[in-house]
Design a protein around this ligand. Structure first.
Ligand SMILES: NC(=O)c1ccc[n+]([C@@H]2O[C@H](COP(=O)([O-])OP(=O)(O)OC[C@H]3O[C@@H](n4cnc5c(N)ncnc54)[C@H](OP(=O)(O)O)[C@@H]3O)[C@@H](O)[C@H]2O)c1
Length: 260
């Protein structure tokens, strides 16, 4: 019997996890993407795209498609979908696991200023003009229009449209992973003196943090949002091992009785 697993994705790890679980003949994997990125990288497994319509919509999807296990492998800052997933899992009686990559820890030589929100990061830049590297998604960068005295270097996967209403900004389109030597060269070339970053964790985007440390550059680090408390693993391998070890049947017991 084939078991259906829904992976909520949008991250490199979600894609890797989907690839790993697809190797098992007894699992049928669907990867769900929010559908924001204009040309997402090929995922290698069946993909569905677009929002579900809140927790209720997701619960209905779980019931209609007979999902046996849901895995929340979304980005740590995608707090809404993670909250919806926990709620929908409860409502539909479907087991849930989360892939929660640990955040980066401050180490010696780091010059981090930690803030709670993007708005706080704008404030933390201070009044004097600075040369700022915004390594944030295009949804967040608009907040920096409130501090138009700074020079901005904005890097994003998709173009920032419309452009920021500030006099001095440059744009880079790129998709990670980013290596430390390249990040260092970029920071030097643009004479950056402060970086604004999320605490994404993982290797793929750590290069800029390591480069900032090496160059003595300040990082304004936006703290992670609170996420629901569901059983979780920190790595793709650990999560796949949970699925392997217990077998999906372990998770499906409550769900198998749905409607019976
Ligand atoms: N936030 C980031 O920094 C970041 C960075 C890299 C990648 N991502 C990825 O981009 C996606 C959107 O991020 P976000 O910050 O906008 O999330 P969010 O604020 O938590 O989610 C907003 C809404 O987008 C829809 N959605 C989000 N992820 C989805 C998924 N995997 N499948 C189907 N619908 C999804 C849901 O709509 P409905 O309520 O209509 O279901 C959700 O309520 C996530 O999948 C995340 O993993 C986010």
């Amino acid at each position: 019997m084939t078991h259906r697993i829904l992976i909520l994705g949008g991250t490199t790890e979600a894609r890797q996890l989907a690839g790993k679980l697809t190797e098992r003949a007894d699992l049928s994997i669907t990867l769900s993407l929010a559908g924001r990125t204009e040309s997402p990288v090929a995922q290698g497994v069946p993909v569905r795209s677009g929002g579900f319509g809140g927790a209720d919509g997701l619960a209905a999807y779980l019931r209609e498609t007979g999902v046996d296990l849901m895995i929340d492998a979304t980005h740590p800052y995608a707090a809404q979908i993670s909250a919806n997933a926990a709620q929908a899992a409860r409502a539909a009686g479907v087991p849930i696991l989360a892939l929660r990559r640990p955040g980066w820890e401050i180490v010696e030589g780091d010059r981090w200023t930690q803030v709670d929100t993007v708005g706080d990061a704008v404030q933390a830049l201070g009044p004097a003009p600075r040369r700022v590297f915004l390594a944030l998604g295009r949804q967040e960068v608009a907040a920096f229009e409130a501090a138009s005295q700074h020079h901005y270097l904005v890097r994003s996967v998709d173009p920032v449209e419309p452009r920021l209403a500030v006099p001095d900004a440059r744009y880079l389109l790129a998709r990670g992973p980013f290596r430390e030597p390249d990040e260092r060269a970029l920071l030097e070339e643009h004479r950056i003196d402060v970086i604004v970053s999320k605490n994404s964790g993982g290797e793929a985007t750590y290069g800029k943090i390591a480069a900032a440390r090496a160059l003595g550059i300040e990082v304004i680090m936006i703290r992670r949002p609170d996420l629901p408390d569901v059983p979780s693993a920190e790595t793709v391998e650990a999560l796949a091992a949970i699925v392997d070890q217990f077998g999906v049947d372990h998770f499906v017991e409550p769900a198998a009785e749905r409607g019976v």
